[in-house]
Design a protein around this ligand. Sequence first.
Ligand code: DMJ
Length: 589
Amino acid sequence: MLPPSRRDFVSLTVSESGSYTNSKQWRRQSCWRKWKRLSRLQRSLILFTLMLLLVCGIATSPTLIRHWRGEMQVRCKNGVCSICSLINFTRKSAFFLSKNYHIQIWRGAVIEEERASDTDTKDTEIQDDPASVALAESRLEAVREAFRHAWKGYKNFAWGHDELKPISKSYGEWFGLGLTLIDALDTMWILGLKEEFAEARQWVAKELSFDKNVDVNLFESTIRILGGLLSTYHLTGDSLFLEKAKDIGSRLMPAFSTASKIPYSDVNIGKGTAHSPQWTSDSTVAEVTSIQLEFRDLSRLTGDPKYKLAVMEVMKRVHKLDGKQDGLVPMFINTNNGLFTHQGIYTLGARADSYYEYLLKQWIQGDKTEKELLDDYLQAVEGVKKNLLKKSTPSGLTFVGELSHGQFSPKMDHLVCFLPGTLALGAHYGLPADHMELAKQLIETCYQMYAQMETGLSPEIAHFNMHEGSTQDVDVKIADRHNLLRPETVESLFYLYRFTKDKKYQQWGWEILQNFNKYTRVPTGGYTSINNVCDPASPIPRDKMESFFLGETLKYFYLLFSDDPNLISLDKYVFNTEAHPLPIWPQAE
Ligand code: DMJ
């Protein structure tokens, strides 16, 4: 074998007398003579064949096809940018062009300003060998196709209503505010589905009214409706969405009129009244602490501090409360006295999950200036490590269990699978490197929650085995076998892929998407949640497509399969807990 230095090139020797140039001229003349000797028919045939080859070559070039379809992307490598590899120019001029000539905004290929550090340059590299580009494009198209299929069902059977019931070809109403349509707006924008977006915008302009005598849940309507409208406004610059966001935002404010400043769970947006559920005066901790990104953004956009003040008061009070264990919070808080209730139970799943997510994300949104939020987040991660992390048998998967009055339970909700993504995001922002290591371990576990099921789809809740001799890591109780098309694992796969570029995360996501297509896709349009992930022969449809399937799950699939780090850059945007990207504030504010 040749030494490395001699392996990768061939040499060409040119004689001193210049005979190489002479022989080239001679060959050119002899070709011309041969050409002239051909009959007119022969020449026409050759020219026709060459033209045909040229046309076929252009038509099958993925780069040019994308160019014609308006999918221009600016690619930057070592300070040099190109649009579809056709034009080369510096990154600065790319930004200039984007501003002045409006080079693509569809497909969300938002062109970012030059970035500060050298290490960041690596992030802007795009894997652009033809095979990777073709694979990525086919997967992105598969997501667009899935969205169109879901949208077809929604449009035909549930247009303007909250949720599609794809099996009965009807709809379900929760707030009566077109929840799926609003949740899906920015997904359509990011996926480049122009026609669908235009139809939906028309509905928002003509039909959407918040002047309705209806009780809505503060948290759900904030993350899905307010969050969806705000992010669509940020992505499109269309003031229609800002006006609607202001309207719903101000109608939700009565929820904060409590003695404790801890908001009620329900608001009547027509009457301007708010209350707790009938059976309790408690609110859920995750709910009152996961509305902050949206209301803070609304204050920034309107210049009216009242929204931000209301939600930050909640954070201040929760920050000071007794009843936490190593930074972990209980699941309920009382709206009369502002104290935690049902103490002693700690989970990263339902009712507490997004409290942890929003500690980190508010700190990021505020450009890393709010120290209390960071302190609480760091303490909570330590609390998770100390109290809730264990390994399963036989594979040694790291999982996050629950604590109930000092007793550990190896129960993990699928909802907990937001955590690897959040930990990875924190590590990206300079938090301890072991957060990233933990993120990698946990995403493996979340993937296994899918891979170890007969359908390849995760149950709502998994119980991990810890006793010696167990032959499988995950047990699923009969009541926990359903799958609601939830996004958390895909969300975390997206973050892990963005930060590590490890292709296995895309591959895992691809398997999951195929299994959604296999077991939850309804032929007449839409996707349905199912009752039994353990039985491929009879997964049993539940006849409901949750709005977050379009708002979150498909959006995160798309972002996962995209190799463009500027497609909703994580240095510019922070996603709310319903996958609606909101801008990170510049330091000066
Ligand atoms: C979504 O509404 C949000 O992601 C929320 O934080 C948790 N539940 C659903 C998705 O599973």
